[in-house]
Ligand binder design. Structure first.
Ligand SMILES: [Zn+2]
Length: 205
């Protein structure tokens, strides 16, 4: 068992500290600027594949894309990025948010295929129970944390389908319709950050 940081030591469930090789190149932040948790699913077959993807270096800074915390189907929790570092997981929301990735097949391996846009794997109860525990813990550690959102709520970009250039599909659909929002919201004190649809034209009211 690897050493546990003080930040997670009080959490009442097993977890593994497994920092990505490049974490020291991720920008540091004050936790006081963090008010949001973004829920993702990995859209990959297993945790090992998610780890490989997270380790890929994509930017000149020597870093890549990942969430902070990964929760496997059996509820095992792995911390890939310390909360005090900005992980790259949601365009436009990274400095203020913590990214939580649930291992789930999603649309893998044809993410953008026009006929593969339904997420069909449900989230096991033990995985959701672990998520609730993590959320509870994060709220104790980060008092400014008030909101939760799905990646699909925050990135609504459409791109051409991989098989049909004339057919737009959503770039991000995670965590998808099978994510149990109602119990998660009932069992945590976080409020869902819904996309602002009250002013769809973007004009000043
Ligand atoms: Zn995502």
């Amino acid at each position: 068992m690897q050493a546990r940081s003080a930040r997670f030591a009080a959490m009442d469930l097993p977890y593994v500290e497994w920092p990505l090789p490049y974490v020291e190149y991720l920008e540091q932040r004050s936790l006081q600027q963090v008010d949001l948790v973004v829920i993702h699913c990995t859209e990959l077959p297993d945790l090992a594949a998610a780890r490989q993807t997270g380790e890929q270096v994509l930017y000149a800074s020597g870093t890549g894309n990942s969430g902070h915390i990964y929760i496997d189907r059996d509820g095992e929790v792995s911390v890939f990025v310390p909360l005090e570092r900005i992980a790259h997981h949601t365009r436009g929301y990274n400095p203020r948010s913590i990214g939580i990735e649930l291992v789930n097949t999603g649309r893998w391996p044809d993410w953008l295929h026009s006929e593969r846009q339904t997420l069909t794997e449900s989230y096991p109860e033990v995985q959701i129970d672990a998520l609730i525990e993590v959320l509870d813990h994060l709220q104790r550690e980060v008092p400014t944390l008030t909101h939760i959102a799905g990646h699909e709520d925050l990135d609504t970009t459409q791109v051409p389908a991989s098989d049909r250039p004339d057919h737009p599909v959503y770039r991000k659909r995670d965590p998808g319709p099978l994510f149990p929002w109602t119990p998660v919201l009932e069992r945590s004190a976080l409020q869902r950050l819904a996309p602002d649809t009250s002013n769809p034209t973007g004009t000043t009211p």
